[in-house]
Design a protein around this ligand. Structure first.
Ligand code: CUA
Length: 342
């Protein structure tokens, strides 16, 4: 084996091992741990196709190895061995079997595609969520409840979720692997997708279409909750506790009014006009901010407001490093952290 072939072979083995280990790892952002019927159907189709292909590979590679061993040139052998071209049996076999397999794959794929394209019946009371892809964050609107939020999509377990996918700017792709997907968000168009989570938990997702400089930071979470916990969340978002409680937070609210309210809205406050940036209602209760790129704590909020362009290059969120003093940044962070659900 030459050195080049050996290193290529090693690279191939390495990649296969990485794929195999990736499949085994208990990572939540994985199609191998489906948490609902859509993801399960898609995984089933993938597994069936994979097994068919493994079968084909084993048969073809086996036949090849057998032929190489059985019909190799032997000592003392002379002339060309008997030829089999034009063998009717072989021609029929290697034309017929692939046709049957491709037909089988087609039927399975079309059946799954149609099953997934069928929206849930209204008798199943699907929850409507409008998902808007922005450069680079996800917005979730609940028209049935009048709620707007970002980064984390709360859903009740065991209930069909009907998503209307839209884009505010460029092509994005909505993908929460444990629940199913992916589906593009296209400017000027609404794409429909339904999902369901059959167990509670937090399922991470990711924009799956290259959409600009900070595409890789465009993450999101789906939080699947019991119906009671979901109702509590809805109620809390509808009746948020947005009043500043400390002197510092009150000061932060003033700074917010002049610097931030043009782009951000907050439920339960006079700030209702800003739609360019994420709605910040109940921000204090969120686990992550900036699509999961930052944790929700004072330090990270200040870091973000101070230097957004460094964290998320080319975001429309400006750097406030030259506009706000360190103590003003502290005040804004105190105000934002105090925004709680009711
Ligand atoms: Cu949005 Cu990639």
């Amino acid at each position: 084996m030459t050195r080049r072939i050996r290193s290529k072979a090693l690279a191939c083995v390495g990649m296969l091992a990485a794929v195999a280990l990736g499949a085994c790892a208990r990572h939540p952002q994985s199609v191998f741990r489906p948490a609902g019927p859509v993801a399960r159907m898609e995984l089933g189709l993938m597994a069936t196709s994979l097994w068919i292909m493994i079968g084909v590979f084993v048969v073809v590679a086996g036949a090849l190895l057998y032929v190489i061993a059985r019909f190799r040139e032997r000592k003392g052998q002379e002339g060309i061995p008997p030829q089999v071209e034009g063998s009717h049996i072989l021609e029929v076999l290697w034309t017929g079997i692939p046709i049957i397999l491709v037909a089988l794959l087609t039927v399975l794929t079309v059946r799954t595609t149609f099953a997934l394209a069928k929206p849930p019946a209204s008798s199943q009371h699907p929850l409507q969520i409008t998902v808007v892809g922005h450069q680079w964050w996800w917005e979730f609107k609940y028209p049935q409840y009048g709620i707007v939020t970002a980064d984390t999509m709360h859903i009740p377990v065991n209930r069909k979720i009907e998503l209307s996918l839209q884009s505010a700017d460029v092509l994005h792709s909505f993908w929460i692997p444990a629940l199913g997907g992916k589906e593009d968000t296209v400017p000027g168009q609404t794409n429909l997708l339904w999902l369901e989570a059959t167990r509670t938990g937090t399922f991470p997702g990711q924009c799956a279409e290259f959409c600009g400089t900070s595409h890789s930071l465009m993450r999101m979470y789906a939080v699947s909750q019991s119906p009671t916990a979901f109702s509590t969340w809805v109620h809390g978002m509808q009746h948020p506790n947005s009043a500043p409680k400390t002197k510092l937070a009150k000061q932060g609210m003033q700074i917010f009014a002049t610097n931030c309210a043009l782009c951000h809205s907050i439920g339960g406050t006079p700030f209702t006009k800003g739609t360019l940036g994420p709605n910040l209602t109940g921000l204090g209760n969120r686990r992550v901010i900036v699509g999961g790129a930052l944790q929700n704590n004072t330090q990270d909020i200040i870091y973000w407001v101070h230097d957004a362009q460094h964290i998320m290059p080319d975001t429309i969120m400006p750097n406030f490093s030259t506009l706000l003093t360190p103590s003003q940044l502290q005040a804004v962070a105190a105000y934002l952290e105090g925004l709680k659900r009711g």
